[in-house]
Unconditional design. Structure first.
Length: 80
């Protein structure tokens, strides 16, 4: 799984995506559009720039997207 840290505070949870596992279903971009995008060419997941997973509302959306992804291609690594 590709490991990508968003540019938020140092202790912000790590958002991880695997473009290899992604099947381009688009659930993540629908649920958390400020965080996830889809590649125009093949529909696979992309992380947007500028969001912070430290934002409670975004974190909730990210958790929802992780649970909804049919390919298990997303993860959110939280300390607590
Ligand atoms: S929900 Fe999962 S399979 Fe669908 S685009 Fe996002 S990462 Fe890919």
């Amino acid at each position: 799984m590709q490991d990508i840290q968003d540019p938020g505070p140092a202790r912000a949870p790590l958002v991880m995506v695997s473009r290899e596992d992604c099947i381009a279903a688009g659930e993540c971009a629908r649920i958390a559009p400020a965080v996830f995008d889809q590649d125009d060419a093949d529909g696979t997941v992309l992380l947007r720039e500028g969001f912070t997973s430290a934002d409670p509302q975004l974190r909730k959306q990210i958790r929802h997207a992780v649970a909804a992804c049919p390919a298990g291609a997303l993860d959110l690594v939280e300390d607590d």
